[in-house]
Design a protein around this ligand. Structure first.
Ligand SMILES: *[C@@H]1O[C@H](CO)[C@@H](O)[C@H](O)[C@H]1NC(C)=O
Length: 430
């Protein structure tokens, strides 16, 4: 998603941590071999009983993330129930639901009465507490987020067995431009393999859902014609992240062509706002400014400013809902195409690029802190110099019209940031 970095690298951050820390605790020592033998037999028997008698879904292999069982299915079903007095409500599977855009889109759908189920693998790319808190907010709104990976074919099939999803809003991704230089496989795993797995399961589902998926402005890569239009060339990616997002678009086209899946791609332009990602400029600058740290601002090699078409989350949500609402049904069934299906790609940007130095100026004003800056040339690490969306297609076909300028959006972000990080805040209220 809007993962074009415009920040100096911080290689000490953003590494995966092991899921379980092994407790090297030497206090508990085994005192009796007899006791050990007895307890081993007991544990073994308990294990057998659990897996062959009590386990509710013996057909699905146990995975790292636990799912399945009647209670779990009840929660899945309840989450996808409609609460819409009129119209024809959607039943949407939102991948990456505990992510930044995922949370906001899920909430918006639920609030207007659609059925929503989230799925998220809660990976450790950034602060897990933020993701857990987003999931808590969703849970309170009646949206259940299944903990699992889109690469888990058994889980996805199970979800489509339990619920007849009309739409998939695919937002799960490995985000971030510079982290790709250190962990390329993670991008291939989520953005390519995971997406293809999702398309596979979707094309086999009956009925097939319509797919709306997140792409990125980064697919425009080295394209220098502005503003970026959907028809412009996207075959010169400047980062591995961009290459995986572009690959996703190609796979989406393939499944549309062969299996009649209705697919809509949304190229997000630097999304920011409340609950935003901690690895992105708006968040990191705010954090560093409040700490009184010096801010590094990149300029392009020719001395020009680096600009971004910053897009407010509320506008992006409207674009996502517009895409879902105008998505036509897939045409295939039983894994076979019955006719040509809808195929679309839209830019979702703000159409007013702002220099990153101006972003810092606005934050300085809002946070009331004098910012120390250092301007340095942008290194070649996958970042592009500017992004600027032509949104006329989204305007025409989705009724998309961004209404929040950077200053108004940052005001909302800062208010959320200060509240969320307030030491006085009882975190349980979220
Ligand atoms: C924006 O894209 C549309 C096609 O969707 C095109 O007709 C128009 O000329 C583009 N505008 C600019 C300023 O490039």
């Amino acid at each position: 998603m809007g993962g074009i970095g415009i920040l100096p690298s911080k290689p000490e951050k953003y590494h995966y941590q092991p899921y379980n820390n092994i407790n090297n605790n030497n206090i508990l020592r085994i005192r009796s071999s007899k006791f050990t033998l007895c307890s081993s037999i007991f544990v073994f028997l308990a294990f057998i009983i659990f897996f062959f008698i009590l386990s509710p879904s013996t057909s699905s292999l146990p995975t790292k993330n636990s799912w399945g069982g009647p209670e779990w299915e009840k929660r899945v079903t309840k989450s996808t129930r409609h609460n819409s007095p009129s119209g024809s409500p959607l039943t949407v599977l939102v991948t990456g639901a505990s992510g930044f855009v995922g949370m906001h889109v899920s909430l918006a759908l639920k609030r207007r009465g659609d059925g929503v189920l989230g799925i998220d693998n809660f990976n450790r790319y950034y602060d897990i507490n933020l993701k857990r808190t987003r999931a808590k907010v969703l849970s309170r709104a009646g949206v259940f987020v299944v903990e699992g990976d889109i690469n888990d074919v058994h889980l996805l099939r199970k979800l489509f067995d339990v619920v007849a999803f009309t739409h998939v809003m695919h937002l799960a991704a490995q985000a971030g431009v510079r982290y790709a230089m250190r962990n390329p496989n993670s991008y291939v795993h989520s953005n390519i393999a995971g997406f293809v797995n999702l398309l596979e399961v979707s094309k086999s589902a009956n009925p097939q859902p319509a797919i709306v998926y997140a792409s990125s402005s980064s697919v425009y890569g080295l394209n220098s014609k502005t503003p970026f239009s959907e028809k412009d060339r996207t075959d010169q990616p400047a980062s591995l992240y961009a290459a995986t997002k572009k690959a996703g678009e190609e796979f989406a086209h393939t499944y549309n062509h062969i299996y009649g899946l209705s697919v809509t791609g949304l190229r997000f332009f630097t999304v920011y706002g409340p609950w935003g990602r901690p690895d992105m400029a708006v968040y990191l600058f705010t954090k560093d400014i409040l700490k009184g740290k010096q801010i590094t601002v990149f300029e392009s090699p020719d001395g020009g400013s680096v600009t971004r078409d910053f897009t407010y989350i509320g506008d992006i949500v409207k674009g996502c809902l517009g895409a879902l609402d105008t998505a036509k049904k897939s045409t295939g069934s039983g894994g076979k195409k019955k006719g040509n299906a809808q195929y679309r790609i839209f830019n979702l940007g703000n159409t007013s690029p702002v220099p990153v130095s101006e972003l810092v100026n606005i934050l300085e004003k809002l946070l009331k802190v004098n910012v120390k800056r250092k301007v340095v040339p942008m290194p070649i690490n996958g970042d592009v110099r500017f992004t600027h969306a032509n949104i006329s297609r989204a305007q025409r076909e989705l009724g998309y019209m961004p209404t929040t300028d950077l200053e108004a959006g940052l005001k909302k972000f800062v208010r959320w940031y200060l509240d969320f990080h307030s030491p006085l805040k009882n975190k349980n209220v979220w």
